[in-house]
Ligand binder design. Structure first.
Ligand code: 5U1
Length: 670
């Protein structure tokens, strides 16, 4: 690469790393996944190694972490707290082992200790003559923040060492990781949301935010825990191996992770990593990998350290559970029940070993809550290690080209109207013959409590749809013996039986017919309510939302659903075809009633009769009533002071009755 461009690239990387460093270490509010940060750091390290002249003392590679916050006292670590080199695959771990063997001149297997790498905040605690005297964060490795008061509130940390190990050392500086277990993290976030405080984005941030509180009472109320994994200055005690440290510390009351394991040779250490990876999600806390350490302390000393990391240890990182990618599009999928689900189409990215390119965005509210737009950079994770989800938008990377998502008004599969019913989170397609829903709708249509076509099960329905034999409900009534007999596992006899059942189903009831149509939210009971009220399809189709709302058990959701369903021409066409194919129902009394099919609107005052009374009378005679004037109205009764409704009725050319004419009709019909 041309030197000028390399310099520019290095500077851009440094600036980005400084920005994210600040978010991560100072604000406890990282914006990008750790894996992305690691990658940028790796890239910068490589470029600097290739161009050593361009290294500057202020490069993020020369320093880890950020300076301590001003409010805390700064504590200088008597021995620097090192950080770890990372490995991301088996081969990198084998290379780490080969280097160790080379440096030590060993040919046989090296003894390692494998330990879970906790995802928390590194600390050092000083015990002097058995008493806890100081607790500090790692900070930049050379000095950290004095968080003694906060450390003292963590119940897993002894204020005085136990004496089970015999003599108490004069000085024992222990190192470990403070973390927040998942259950406590979940509880804390629920409490915060209830109190209107922002939730922590992950347990690591929650632990860091809790430990770096100026008021130790706040820390005391946070569910923090600790595992110790090493020592700094020690006086009055000697250790021979790392395993010795891990087994001795608990005797002083200092917890070490019980999942640590002695591994003879690098292959055993690699197996340890894979075993832990398999059960990673079963742990009550988050780990981000395992640490593999040379066990023998003499060998550790011989190996020493390079820049900021010991040569005798490596962090073998688990595949990242969060990654960063870009939303290229938001598409809409139609489920078999007609629910429309927005799905983010993303630039493919590997998360926990699997390529992720799509994630459900659930519904409009979820998109608005997370403010997700097409073109946005987002963080994705695999929920429970499996289902991809968009965690949040990286707002600082948003460009003016990002576009908010607008739900389609028409179903992307069948172009029928899409509605979001009042109080519902989802949008629905109202198309009765929508191919995306056809199998499920047909199965419902033929079910026992609907059209009751015995012998037409899901498998047969699926075959008919897949072969294109049935494209809508009415096609069932045009099936022939030959067509049915040609289907898998069907013969002449079963075809004849099925045709008999189909024929029988043509004679039904209005309520069953309505239920079979599968109008969203209209179950068996409401189908009966509608059938009782309207008596026949003609009356129902003429109704409007306000008249539907006048029925006792019909609320705004159902009213809108029925109204939209019946206002969809494709649906009416299918229903018409069913009637033409011979489907009919027993006419109910409403159908035989003298005013059946009529829709009345009353306006103005009727002398000697309350409006409700007039409505009841016409309803008893089989008519329906409405509050608004529309083309569906067959008769407007206009009393005194009839206002705009009368004008509209005239404009639409509707039949208008005076109160006297109305009374005469009633008397004649009763
Ligand atoms: N379990 C564990 N975590 N951890 C982190 N051990 C461990 N050792 C570390 C670090 C930074 O460092 C020493 C190897 C120096």
């Amino acid at each position: 690469m041309v030197q000028k461009f390399v310099k520019k690239e290095i500077e851009a990387l440094r600036e980005a790393l400084r920005y994210h460093n600040h978010r991560y270490y100072v604000l406890d509010d990282p914006e990008i996944p750790d894996a992305e940060y690691d990658r940028m750091m790796q890239q910068l390290l490589t470029l600097e190694a290739e161009n050593p002249k361009l290294i500057t003392p202020d490069s993020p590679t020369r320093r880890v972490g950020a300076p301590p916050l001003e409010m805390f006292q700064s504590v200088r670590h008597e021995l620097p707290m090192l950080s770890l080199a990372n490995g991301f695959n088996d081969e990198e771990i084998r290379e780490f082992d080969r280097k160790i063997q080379r440096m030590l001149g060993i040919k046989g297997p090296v003894e390692y200790v494998g330990e879970p790498k906790m995802d928390g905040l590194a600390i050092e605690i000083r015990y002097e003559n058995g008493s806890l005297v100081r607790g500090a964060t790692r900070g930049d490795g050379t000095s950290g923040e004095d968080v003694t008061a906060n450390i003292r509130t963590i119940k897993a940390i002894p204020l005085r060492l136990r004496e089970d190990a015999g003599t108490i050392p004069a000085r024992l500086h222990v190192r470990g990781e403070v973390f927040m277990p998942l259950a406590g993290f979940k509880r804390l976030n629920q409490e915060r949301e209830r109190a209107g405080n922002p939730a922590f984005s992950n347990p690591r941030n929650a632990a860091a935010g809790s430990l770096r509180q100026l008021d130790s009472h706040v820390t005391a109320a946070r569910p923090l825990d600790v595992y110790f994994y090493g020592v700094g200055i020690v006086a009055g005690l000697t250790f021979t191996s790392h395993w010795d440290i891990l087994k001795t510390l608990p005797k002083f009351g200092l917890k070490t992770n019980p999942y640590a394991k002695l591994c003879l040779g690098v292959e055993a250490a690699i197996t340890y990593f894979h075993d832990l990876l398999k059960i990673r999600d079963d742990f009550p806390y988050e780990m981000d990998g395992v640490v593999i350490k040379v066990n023998d302390l003499k060998l550790q000393k011989q190996l020493g350290e390079v820049s900021r990391s010991p040569r005798w240890a490596i962090a073998y990182k688990f595949p990242a559970s969060q990654e960063m990618t870009r939303i290229e599009d938001i598409i809409v999928q139609v489920g078999r029940t007609g629910i429309l689900t927005p799905v983010a189409v993303m630039k493919p990215v590997v998360v926990e070993g699997a390529t992720v390119s799509r994630a459900t965005l659930h519904n409009q509210d979820e998109i608005e809550r997370k403010d997700i737009r097409v073109g946005d950079w987002v963080i994705v994770q695999r929920a429970g290690g499996v289902i991809p989800e968009v965690v949040r938008v990286i707002l600082s990377k948003r460009t003016p080209e990002s576009r908010p998502f607008v739900f389609p008004k028409k179903c992307p599969v069948c172009a029928s109207p899409v509605v979001r019913l009042p109080g519902e989170a989802s949008h629905r397609c109202m198309g009765i013959s929508c191919p995306a829903q056809l199998k499920a709708r047909l199965r419902h249509f033929v079910a026992k409590r609907a059209m009751a076509i015995d012998g037409l099960g899901q498998k047969l329905v699926n075959q008919m749809v897949d072969k294109g034999i049935v494209k809508n409900f009415s096609d069932i009534y045009h099936l022939t013996r030959e067509t049915i007999a040609g289907l898998d596992r069907m013969g002449e006899t079963s075809a004849r039986n099925l045709l008999d059942e189909i024929e029988k189903s043509k004679r039904t009831t209005f309520a069953r017919f309505l239920y079979a149509l599968g109008i969203p939210l209209v179950g068996e009971h409401l189908a009966q309510v509608l059938a009782d009220h309207y008596g026949c399809f003609d009356a129902l189709v003429k109704t409007d939302e306000s008249s539907l709302l006048e029925i006792n058990e019909i609320g705004p959701q159902v009213a809108q659903s029925v109204q939209t369903f019946l206002a969809t021409p494709e649906n009416l066409e299918t229903i018409q075809r069913l009637f033409e194919a011979g489907v009919h129902y027993e006419e109910t009394s409403k159908n035989e009633a003298p005013l059946s099919g009529e829709v009345f609107v009353f306006t103005g005052t009727l002398p000697g009769m309350a409006r409700d009374e007039a409505k009841q009378i016409v309803e008893k005679l089989g008519a329906t009533t409405a509050n608004q004037v529309s083309r569906k109205i067959t008769c407007v009764v206009a009393g005194e002071k009839a206002g705009s409704k009368l004008q509209k009725a005239r404009a639409l050319g509707l039949k208008i009755l005076t109160p006297e004419a109305f009374k005469a009709i009633i008397e004649e019909k009763v």
